[in-house]
Design a protein around this ligand. Structure first.
Ligand code: ZN
Length: 275
């Protein structure tokens, strides 16, 4: 089976607008795209939706929603409102999912269980709108090194617990960068394959873990340059019923400095050899 490739637009975010990313995907024969909301807003939602449709691209996800924990009730309400807008945008774009991140601890807080409860409550609050719009909330666990400032959702097990609790309208986004280290990975991937028909995986993100890693956020590696056995994790996803795109998502100062056309060429090549 040939696995279709999607470009997460953050991969070339410093040099290309969304319009350039859409043209770039079409030019390089990359059939999927996963845009970020700031770039969609910059282009205009209706125009972005039209351009993506005209280019014949599948929208494999919209980045990103979630980030629910906040210091006070007004902050939590604002996050929920923002997620409602994200659901509308995902619907307008025909996105296969809205990627939902956990968010970190509120500033000054040491209450990790409390922040995780805010994440749970946030999902509960937006799920009716997501279901009504037919937008799948793809809960993406992030590596535990980001727990304080980005994601109190840390493991696939934790994400699948939430999916089992909430059911219809929820799924997981498996990003190899965030799950590869987990000794429980194989078991949790099997678990993702139980439940609804087609399993609970809504998106599959690929990049690589470099040794050494110079920055905890902005030093992701091109597939093949690091230590993650991406094909092995992709095989687990397929065994769990996932037949969708592999989305290459690099947050990397090194790659942001390169010519985006070169980056897309290398992404395509590594997708074929190392994913
Ligand atoms: Zn990801």
């Amino acid at each position: 089976m040939t696995v279709p490739l999607s470009l997460n637009t953050v991969t070339v975010r410093d040099r290309w607008s969304l319009a350039q990313c859409i043209e770039g995907c079409a030019r390089h024969g990359i059939p999927g795209i996963s845009p970020w909301r700031d770039k969609v807003a910059e282009m205009g939602l209706a125009q972005a939706a039209r351009a993506i449709r005209d280019a014949g691209l599948a929208v494999t996800g919209l980045c990103r929603g979630g980030m629910f924990p906040a210091a006070d009730a007004a902050g939590r309400r604002a996050a929920i409102e923002d997620n409602r807008r994200a659901i509308e945008e995902a619907h307008a774009l025909g996105a296969r999912c809205l990627v939902v991140l956990g968010g970190g601890l509120p500033p000054g807080s040491k209450d990790l269980p409390g922040a995780r409860a805010m994440l749970r409550d946030g999902i509960a609050a937006i799920l009716p709108e997501a279901r009504a719009a037919g937008v799948t909330l793809a809960l993406e666990p992030l590596h535990p090194m980001t727990c304080a400032d980005r994601s109190v959702l840390s493991t696939l097990a934790q994400a699948l617990d939430l999916c089992e609790e909430f059911g219809e309208g929820t799924a997981v986004a498996v990003d190899v960068y965030h799950v590869w280290w987990d000794p429980d990975l194989a078991r949790q991937m099997r678990r993702a394959g139980t439940g609804p028909k087609g399993g609970r995986i809504a998106a599959f993100h690929a990049c690589d873990w470099l040794v050494p890693t110079a920055d905890l956020v902005f030093d992701r590696g091109m597939p093949g340059d690091g230590v993650i056995d991406i094909p092995a994790i992709r095989a687990m996803a397929e065994d769990a019923g996932y037949a969708g795109f592999t989305e290459v998502e690099l947050l990397s100062r090194r790659w942001w400095a390169e010519d985006p056309d070169d980056v897309l060429r290398i992404v395509k090549q590594r997708h074929a050899t190392s994913c």
